[in-house]
Ligand binder design. Sequence first.
Ligand SMILES: *Cc1c(COP(=O)(O)O)cnc(C)c1O
Length: 220
Amino acid sequence: MKATDRLQRVMQEISQAEMDAGRAAGSVTLVAVSKTFDAETIAPVIAAGQRVFGENRVQEAQGKWPALKERMPDVELHLIGPLQSNKAADAVALFDIIETVDREKIAKALAQEMQKQQRQPKLFVQVNTGSEPQKAGVAPGEVVEFVNSCRSVHGLSIAGLMCIPPFDENPGPHFALLEKLGREAGVAELSMGMSADFPTAIAFGATSVRVGSAIFGPRA
Ligand SMILES: *Cc1c(COP(=O)(O)O)cnc(C)c1O
């Protein structure tokens, strides 16, 4: 099946999940995760009308997105992978949304770069809902404090929270936790749900879902 056909199918599944959850049509944004796929594979998906994309590596995104964005300026690019502070300048220059703010050092580096470049990508805080030692993200118990510190210490506006549940667990409780933390931290947006579980995430209140392989096929 072609990526554009799979895109239509994913969009239908999102509409269905919105309806099942009693949520407004169009209330969930589809972030098409194009990591590992080249510009030739991505271009038809843009041509089919998809405008929001996610990449997990700054350097990889720099190799393909500037040219694609030039052709299609209304594309919105999300950074969904870990960010090192020495890549903050590149990330601020290229991405429209950075979903993986998860420590003071990154918050500080982003604030400095946003000031310097006069560019304000929207920011999400990544939460390690499963408290997995190897995974990035703020511990659930520290989310409210960290969001407040981003605001008051660094002058950053935080729009939402993002999580990647442990791959071997039922994701529902993790989505519910992120939704609760979003309310406590006073943020409106929730980035949660991937190819295997985006309808569940929508039932739990996701405002955006990050879907890769269900659109582009399996990654090498
Ligand atoms: C790769 C990736 C996705 C998409 O995963 P699929 O299972 O292919 O949909 C979503 N979120 C993040 C953070 C990713 O790195």
